[in-house]
Design a protein around this ligand. Structure first.
Ligand code: ADP
Ligand code: MG
Length: 338
């Protein structure tokens, strides 16, 4: 056996990138989360070749002071948590401090940012583990992150990329999920120079209609329920809107799209009496609870969570949706008119 050796930072980042940056869409997700955490209410995404050649996210958030720019690209460096107690009540989408470092280790990344109150913007570039000195740059506000040539230095990884169209599809899914959960933020998405989505700031129901279609709003049933500190809102599709696949099932916990067996099971059960077992319900549900009641640190891509009281969550979901479907709740459950 060779002797034990500590790995160089760059390689450590590349190993982490294997988990965090599975494909262009996962890099896009990290970048969008950062813009939202920075308080942006206008986010523009430009992709080239399904995100493989370029992912560019530009936002009007709070920006990063020049002294912190190199840290933003360092692993385990974050402005979002400071101590263990913070990890127990994460109020931001990010907190692991490894998104940008991971992406930078497998791409050519540039970060341009203008902190609130700064005279001008600054730009740093990262490539192959080397970071450039910050240089003055032009930007009226916020942050622009450009990720070029994803996996250019990790050919094994690059081989796993699918066609441009498939990778673009994953990026678009990521974009739509974020946009659904953040209707108060304006978003645009363009691919190879053509605009695919232009979403103004709007109400949650308007955003659902924009992303999932007017018919979803027209035939959908409005959900609004709470139980103590747990709050549930959004729309569930009527049984006639059900689909053969699970592709229109959106569930968000505190603004984060998640997949959860317990949640799907509760909703499945709620539809049991009204839906053939081969059909799948459609829904866009937003679940809010105090951050200390949910652990978000269980998955590197943060797409799973653990509820402190999962049976309370299960009961609220199932009974609320069941009642709405049965048309027994006064004041909600009727088709939405907005
Ligand atoms: P995390 O989001 O987990 O903190 P990241 O590696 O994604 O880790 O980002 C590191 C830090 O860089 C963030 O904590 C934040 O302070 C800063 N940052 C990244 N992107 C932006 C952005 N778009 N606007 C403002 N600050 C940002
Ligand atoms: Mg982040």
């Amino acid at each position: 056996m060779p002797a034990i050796a500590l790995l160089p930072d760059h390689l450590i980042n590349q190993i982490a990138a294997g988990e965090v940056v599975e494909r262009p869409a996962s890099a896009l997700k990290e970048m969008l989360e950062n813009s939202l955490d920075a308080g942006a209410d206008d986010i523009q995404v430009q992709l080239q070749q399904g995100g493989i050649q370029l992912i560019r996210v530009s936002d009007n958030g709070g920006g990063i002071p020049v002294a912190e720019l190199p840290l933003a690209l360092a692993r385990h460096a974050t402005s979002k948590i400071r101590q263990l107690e913070d990890l127990e009540q994460v109020g931001t989408l990010g907190f692991r401090g490894e998104g940008l470092a991971s992406i930078a280790s497998v791409s050519r990344l540039s970060l341009t940012s203008r902190a609130v109150g700064a005279d001008h913007a600054w730009k740093v570039e990262a490539q192959g583990g080397e970071l450039s000195q910050p240089e003055p740059a032009a930007l009226s506000a916020g942050t622009v992150v450009e990720v070029h040539d994803l996996y250019y230095n990790t050919p094994a990884r690059r081989k796993f990329l699918k066609t441009e169209a498939t990778e673009y599809g994953h990026c678009e899914d990521t974009f739509k999920r974020m946009a659904l959960a953040w209707p108060q933020v304006a978003f645009t998405l363009s691919h190879n120079g053509r605009i695919s989505w232009r979403l103004p700031r709007q109400s949650s129901h308007q955003r659902i209609a924009a992303i999932l279609g007017e018919h979803f709003l027209e035939d959908g049933l409005s959900v609004a329920a709470e139980n103590g500190m747990l709050q549930l809102s959004g729309l569930v599709g009527s049984p006639t809107q059900s689909r053969a696949g699970r592709d229109a099932q959106y569930f968000f916990v505190n603004g984060r799209f998640i997949r959860d067996k317990l949640v799907s099971h509760a909703l499945r059960e709620a539809y049991r009496d009204v839906l053939h077992h081969e059909r799948h319900p459609v829904y866009a549900l937003f679940f809010q609870l105090p951050p200390e009641l949910v652990d978000v640190n269980v998955h590197p891509q943060k797409s799973e969570v653990k509820f402190r009281d999962s049976s309370a969550v299960y009961r609220l979901l199932k009974s609320t949706v069941q009642q709405i479907l049965a048309g027994t709740v006064a004041g909600s459950g009727h088709p939405v008119t907005e």
